[in-house]
Design a protein around this ligand. Structure first.
Ligand code: NAD
Length: 446
């Protein structure tokens, strides 16, 4: 019989994971503490924007016409207990602690505390949240104290990228299984049998290594982005072109082309808080020196946001933003997502607004979330409306829609034709031909 799977925490990670598990043929129950989220998912709708996820939900959510009926959602721990899952994935949030670098483990702890007495003997609990190294050992002891006999723990970090979450979950580029015994490994191999058969590498580790794989992977990616942004700073000082530089160094296979686009840097619900939590945890372990470079990675990244504000200030005359109109294209931290958590785009928009600029933001999918975070910014229903009457236009999230904009049409409604490309993603020549002053980060002025 197919395994019964529960997913605790149905946000970006959990909702996708639950739907993917149903797609792989398992019977799945998703549990979240937010009733509105559960009601939305149970109706086959996605509370966030994630390409392909709604289709997957509609294929499997019980009660929807033509669905497999294998996927249900609930807020009830009693229902979870009655469901009698064989494998329980914990996918709750692990944000940065307020006022500290460390990870706030209270959601994970609460989920494990609720779950432990409700799992059946012999079940497997699998942590997927990104946690500080050492957490799995501690949570295994919690399960030993509060769960029935024979309940195992595994740590199986998640590497999905928002915008590609469905594809990444169904066809992962690797599966990392942190286990403490053969039984947990066997069950995880059963869960992931399809992607393993397709060729996804299955890497078996101990608990600490599995936890560290996730935080070190994110640290590497953050470092790569800050590296090219540091090169952009030097290019700006020396009159070089960081786009050409990235192209040239990217031809070296040891370096590679990906994640070498200079701009206003990384954000979102993962990289910034994960590298900070990693530093904090290394400090607790007495290994803080090993990660001091991440402090620099973080500050290079944050500096780019300030630099974008200064480029905009220069564009409007070099003084105050008072009385100036600034159009901001993009609010989400990356394209193909509605996620505005620690978004560099919103941060830049907010800084200019707080300094007196009249900022109008447009984003294809992130408007509702942006309004919640920053209700005092101006919002427009299209790029054209955002640009109408603007003294300067800032391109801050590289949505495909912005790459396809017609500079001539925008030029007719803008007060002044100044485009600042914070993502090095627009075709500068096209904008210049249409009469715009086009500036991008780390590139010479034309
Ligand atoms: N979003 C990503 O791209 C991504 C990728 C890889 C790893 N991660 C990691 O996955 C974890 C979840 O991230 P996310 O982006 O999905 O967060 P999220 O905030 O979108 O979702 C977390 C969900 O957990 C629920 N929750 C909180 N406490 C709960 C409890 N006690 N019981 C049941 N549900 C509870 C929340 O209501 C929320 O719906 C984090 O550790 C994150 O670092 C996220």
């Amino acid at each position: 019989m197919a395994l019964k799977i529960t997913v605790i925490g149905t946000g970006y990670l959990g909702a996708t994971h639950a739907a993917a598990m149903a797609e792989l043929g398992f019977e799945v129950l998703g549990l979240d503490v937010v009733p509105e989220k559960v009601a939305t998912l149970a109706a086959g709708r996605v509370p966030m924007y994630e390409p392909g996820l709604e289709e997957l939900l509609n294929r499997h959510v019980a009660g929807l016409e033509g669905s497999s009926g294998r996927l249900r959602f609930t807020t009830s721990w009693d229902e979870l207990e009655d469901f009698g899952g064989d494998v329980h994935f914990v996918c709750v949030n692990t944000p940065q602690k307020h006022g500290e670098y460390a990870c706030d483990m209270s959601y994970v702890d609460a989920a494990f505390t609720s779950l432990a007495p409700r799992v059946k003997g012999g079940a497997l609990v699998v942590g997927k949240s990104t946690v500080p190294v050492g957490s799995a050992d501690r949570l295994a002891r919690l399960l030993a104290d509060h769960a029935p006999e024979g309940v195992d723990l595994a740590w199986n970090p998640e590497f999905l990228r928002e915008g590609f979450a469905v594809r990444d979950t169904l066809h992962p580029d690797r599966i990392v299984a942190g286990v403490d015994g053969a039984r947990a490994e066997k069950l995880l191999r059963e869960v992931y049998a399809t992607p393993i058969a397709e060729g996804s590498p299955f890497v078996v580790t101990d608990f600490p290594t599995a936890e560290l794989v996730k935080t070190s992977a994110n640290s590497f990616l953050a470092t790569k982005i800050s590296f090219i942004n540091a090169m952009a700073e030097v290019c700006e000082a020396a009159g070089g072109d960081v786009v050409k530089l990235a192209e040239a160094i990217g031809h070296d296979e040891r370096i590679g082309k990906k994640f070498l686009r200079a701009g206003i840097g990384f954000g979102g619900g993962c990289l910034p808080k994960d590298i900070r939590a990693f530093m904090a945890r290394a400090g607790e372990l007495g290994a803080d020196q090993a990660l001091t470079f991440l402090r620099e990675v973080d500050s290079i990244n944050m500096r780019r946001r300030g630099h974008m504000v200064e480029l905009a200030r220069e564009a409007v005359g070099g003084g105050s933003f008072l009385g100036t109109r600034v159009a901001v294209l993009g609010a989400t931290f990356k394209p193909d997502s509605d996620d505005v958590r620690d978004s560099p785009a919103l941060n830049v928009a907010g800084q200019i607004h707080l300094q007196g600029g009249q900022v109008t933001v447009y984003d294809p999918k992130g408007m509702d979330n942006a309004r919640l975070v920053f209700p005092t910014l101006g919002y427009a229903d299209s790029a054209l409306e955002a640009v109408r009457g603007a003294d300067v236009v800032l391109h801050l999230t590289e949505w495909q829609e912005f790459g396809e904009l017609d500079p001539a049409s925008l030029g007719r409604v803008a007060l002044r034709r100044i485009m600042l490309d914070g993502r090095n993603a627009l075709d500068g020549a096209k904008w210049r031909e249409a009469g715009w002053t086009y500036r991008a980060m780390g590139r010479p002025r034309a």
